[in-house]
Design a protein around this ligand. Structure first.
Ligand code: NAD
Ligand code: IPM
Ligand code: MN
Length: 369
């Protein structure tokens, strides 16, 4: 079989710094496990704006379509913040999601044993936590029309965004959540604001009907988004799979990241619809951004990017053994006491991005060389 095609898009800020460490793992897979990819790399975000004048070129979108999987870093930064909405770095990831139809963003929040004391919550609250947030990523208020900033007759202006969800969009993302729940604890919590938003009310109805029709074996509950934020901090282990819209999913996943010890730990997978040949478009990225406040200092935690690579191997290529190896290597490195600066751990020395990446490689040598 021909090599799998991998498109690597490091982006801005710490994106290229953490991607470098993921790249070393890709090199290890080839050297030690005989797994080779056809890899191409390109500019996205501010890095692409600087060279090409746009956050992502059509050729790069086309390459992403052709690829078997996309590994994405992060985009954005103060340098490009002033520009118009259509030419911001963030457009790169938004266009990729939308044009590849990447509608289901899987954001697992897992508390690894070595990091129990690194959470801002008490150890007893987070021990063993394993939740999966399924965030809708091509609809909702991120993309609804009308949108814009408009002049008003009174001389003022107004900013407009519109939340829209169709039955089709709700059903297909809910299906992903129900299917995942079947392989987990069998529980889905659907999150919206059906008390104030019609899009939320429709969301609740459609998810309820789908469960009754096709997923009676999965336990479904509903929660208003504000309460969900509170419940995630009060007692996060009550959740198994959470399914929610674009904006709530964005917020709740950053919140959940902190339960695990650091935003720098959480990977994600964004999946589209399988085509007739069985190919499923997929993009893998950390949930964190380009972290301009620490970019260039060598302090970034590369584990979210490395774990995103593990998700890529698992979900796109069914290489579960290699994904397991990488995840185990990350856990072992943390168990050995190594920490980047973002992880709060009293009395532990802090290492930089390269040392952390190197430690994962050495651990991989031990586990699966
Ligand atoms: P951020 O996630 O970049 O950073 C939030 C905080 O977490 C910062 O203090 C940062 O230093 C820290 N942090 C994040 N990742 C870390 C890591 N791997 N190691 C150590 N510390 C880490 O969010 P922000 O500051 O609100 O946004 C910065 C830029 O990133 C913005 O332009 C935003 O639009 C963009 N962004 C991009 C993506 C993406 O490309 N998918 C995601 C989120 C934010
Ligand atoms: C994320 C980011 C993006 C989002 C931005 C950069 C467009 O915050 O992937 O979580 O809001 O979806
Ligand atoms: Mn986000």
């Amino acid at each position: 079989a021909p090599n799998k095609k991998l498109l690597v898009l490091p982006g801005d800020g710490i994106g290229p710094e953490v991607m470098r460490e993921a790249g070393r793992i890709v090199g290890w897979l080839s050297r030690r496990r005989g797994i080779s990819f056809d890899i191409s790399e390109d500019l996205v975000g501010g890095a692409s704006i600087d060279v090409h004048g746009v956050p992502i070129r059509d050729e790069v979108i086309a390459q992403a379509r052709e690829a078997d999987a996309v590994l994405f870093g992060a985009v954005g930064g103060p340098k490009w913040a002033g520009v118009g909405f259509d030419v911001r770095p963030e457009v790169a990831i938004l266009r990729l999601r939308q044009e590849l139809g990447l509608f289901a963003n899987l954001r697992p929040a897992i508390v690894l044993d070595p990091l129990i004391d690194s959470s801002t919550l008490k150890a007893d609250i987070v021990r063993g936590l394993d939740i999966m947030i399924v965030r809708e990523t091509v609809g909702g208020i991120y993309f609804g029309e009308p949108r814009g900033i408009e002049d008003m007759p009174d001389g003022g202006r107004r900013g407009v965004n519109t939340e829209i969800y169709t039955t089709f969009e709700i059903e297909r993302v809910a299906r992903v959540a129900f299917d995942l729940a079947r392989k987990r604890e069998g529980r889905v919590c659907s999150v919206e604001k059906s008390n104030v938003m019609e899009s939320g009310l429709l969301w609740r109805q459609v998810v309820t009907e789908l469960q009754a029709r096709e997923y009676r074996d999965v336990q479904l509950s509903h929660m208003l988004a504000d309460n969900c934020a509170m419940q995630l901090v009060r007692n996060p282990r009550q959740f198994d799979v959470i399914v929610t819209g674009n904006l709530f999913g964005d917020m709740l996943s950053d919140l959940s990241a902190m339960l695990t010890g650091s935003l720098g730990m959480l990977p994600s997978a964004t999946l589209g619809t399988r085509d007739a040949q069985g190919r499923r478009p997929a993009l893998y990225e950390p949930i964190h951004g380009s972290a301009p406040d620490i970019a260039g200092t060598g302090q970034a935690n590369p584990l979210a990017q490395i774990l995103s690579l593990a998700m890529l191997l698992r979900y796109s290529f069914s290489m579960d053994a290699e994904a397991d190896l990488i995840e185990r290597a990350c856990t072992n490195v943390l168990a050995s006491g190594l920490r980047t600066a973002d992880i709060m751990s009293a009395g532990k020395a802090k290492v930089g991005t390269g040392v952390m990446g190197e430690a994962v490689l050495r651990e991989l040598d031990k586990l699966g060389g």
